[in-house]
Design a protein around this ligand. Structure first.
Ligand SMILES: *Cc1c(COP(=O)(O)O)cnc(C)c1O
Length: 435
């Protein structure tokens, strides 16, 4: 039997890769080892991991401090059911997180990944109101948002090609425009004012309808590294507070130093009622997530009644290996603070030197820098230039994964000065090549 080779699975007959069209997919490089910011390929090439392997790796690959922590924990207790039992790594991690999160966020609920952290937040927000004797059926979210791939997370995310096959199965969400801004943008305040007025109108018309608003604070990730101002989030929070609507910060991407402060909430000067954390939590070693909430939310669930209980959990909830990795990663995060705080000024200098005839909307928040390529074609995730750029970047020794015509980077904090210079130099070259 013969098959069109462009439809053959291109890496392995038993594998199915995420977020990858199967037809015509190039053979994926095989990675054999990682160390610091570098990935070593089987064919001898070395790549600089400029996107922290999908935003998870904080301190570099195979960091020995986290390796040791996981090994020690594995030899002691690899896992135990977390319903009806507890363990020290879970307790220590919850206390550590409560210590670094904005003050009122004191209760930690563990799950497995960013999507489940969002599911948990949405379910908690909904049941919070029910436990108070109110039905608040609806949520508010933003255009361009990405909250994950499970059904609740897809519903909260902006409708897209990703979620289109399931559109009729998703609960309805009230959606606001996102006031994306960039360096040199002079009209953002006008856009923000319109959106704030729309939010106010929604809440005025139906003050008891909305359980919560969910937002990726300061930077929308998968939606194109779109940046908003802290002032906007402050105004949103103030309006919500007047109507008693809960605020959920999806900090799955922005957590753990990415925006130049430990959490985007700190930089934005806004404290949410619920916060979702995942990607960087274990430093990129193990899948684990957290939804942290205020004592006020927790209190509405503290009852022996089955109706008021949060009936949610995953087999690997509070996995001790994940907790140990996260604790070790938080220790490294403290010593890496000057690095994640300092990265923004380097990024700013770099962006200021870019050829602005080919690049528009340069933006930077902390360790995340992004710009859009001004190349003919429909702007957005499916712009062909993204694939070209990605392939050429690999040829030049960089792991980059543009979101269509949006090029961004978000390196691990292990990035050395010379690696940073290489990253900037090669990106300038890659942009130049697109003439
Ligand atoms: C990646 C991401 C998610 C989903 O996390 P997974 O671990 O991939 O399930 C949710 N929200 C944001 C903001 C993300 O960047």
């Amino acid at each position: 039997m013969t098959q069109d080779p462009s439809h053959l699975p291109s890496s392995h007959p038993n594998l199915w890769h995420p977020f990858t069209p199967i037809g015509g997919m190039p053979v994926p490089p095989r990675v054999v080892r990682g160390s610091g910011t570098r990935l070593f390929l089987e064919d001898g090439r070395v790549l600089l991991d400029c996107i922290s392997s999908w935003w998870v790796n904080l301190h570099g690959h195979a960091h020995p401090h986290i390796v040791n922590a996981i090994q020690e924990q594995a030899e002691t207790l690899e896992h135990v059911i977390f319903a009806g039992f507890t363990h020290e790594p879970a307790e220590r991690l919850a206390a550590e997180l409560a210590g670094i999160l904005p003050d009122p966020l004191t209760r930690v609920f563990y799950s497995d990944d960013g999507s489940t952290a969002v599911e948990v937040a949405l379910k908690m927000a909904r049941q919070y109101w029910r436990n108070l004797g109110e039905e608040r059926p609806a949520f508010i979210a933003f255009d361009g948002a990405y909250h994950g791939d499970t059904f609740g997370a897809m519903a909260a995310g902006a409708p897209s090609t990703f979620s289109a096959p399931f559109a009729d199965l998703l609960f309805a969400v009230e959606r606001l425009p996102f006031p994306a801004t960039w360096i040199g943008d002079t009209e953002v305040e006008v856009r923000e004012a319109t959106i704030l007025a729309e939010l106010e109108r929604l809440l005025e018309a139906h003050p008891d309808r909305y359980a919560a608003l969910i937002v990726e604070p300061l930077v929308q990730g998968a939606g194109g590294m779109r940046v908003c101002r802290a002032e906007f989030l402050q105004s949103v929070a103030a309006i919500l507070r007047r109507y008693g609507v809960l605020l959920i910060f999806d900090e799955v991407m922005t957590g753990f130093g990415r925006t130049g402060t430990c959490f985007a909430s700190e930089r934005a000067g806004v404290t949410p009622d619920l916060i979702c954390l995942a990607k960087g939590l274990t430093g990129g070693f193990l899948p684990m997530a957290v939804t942290a909430v205020t004592e006020e939310i927790y209190d509405t669930f503290s009852s022996p009644s089955a109706e008021k209980t949060f009936w949610h959990g995953h087999s690997y909830t509070a996995n001790p290996l994940g907790c140990a990795a996260a604790l070790a990663s938080l220790e490294l995060l403290r010593s890496n603070e000057p690095i994640y705080r300092g990265m923004e000024s380097h990024h700013r200098d770099f962006l200021a030197g870019l050829d602005m005839t080919k690049v528009i909307r340069a933006r930077v928040v902390g360790t995340i820098a992004a710009f859009d390529l001004q190349i003919p074609g429909e702007p957005g995730y499916f712009h062909e230039v993204g694939k070209t750029f990605r392939a050429r970047a690999i040829d030049r020794g960089l792991l980059l994964r543009p979101l269509g015509n949006t090029v961004y980077f978000m390196p691990p904090y292990s990035l050395t000065d010379s690696e940073r210079e290489m990253l900037y130099r090669e990106v300038i070259h890659l942009v130049g090549e697109l003439a």
